[in-house]
Design a protein around this ligand. Sequence first.
Ligand code: THU
Length: 161
Amino acid sequence: MKEIKIATTVKVFKDIEELATADKNLMQQAILARKKAYAPYSKFNVGAALLLANGKIITGNNQENAAYPSGLCAERVAVYYAGAQYPGVKINKLAISASSNITRVDKPVGPCGACRQALAEYEITQKQPFPILFTGEVGEVIKTNSLADLLPFSFDSAYLE
Ligand code: THU
């Protein structure tokens, strides 16, 4: 038996104002997308903005459904749209913002497990990590260097070979 330590370093900004201009601009796109979320059931609104290597910014937000499991998270709406419209174009960065109509979200909201898995597919395929920034409605912003930092031991196509 041996033990290994898995360590992740993230940056924590006190709010979006502390971000570098490019990161702040992308987060502002995520906020705009969040405001257009369709979340009548959870009343929890999420926006995601992807910066692609071709300079395009692709945004998505959560799309809920009366048949609850049929809904989709903001991150997957954005990344699948990017994959559909710009196949093979690398993702350079992702920003995520979340708010609630019920409570004040003052902590960074990270992508859910299923979205991490979906995003991992793209990061692994493009062989280039992309930073992810996430925040709530107010307060701190967390910035990771890569999706892999959020999903150690991820499942990928290598297991299928
Ligand atoms: N949601 C996202 O859009 N992204 C996440 O990473 C977590 C959850 C959405 C799904 C659902 O519409 C609502 O937030 C509450 O779970």
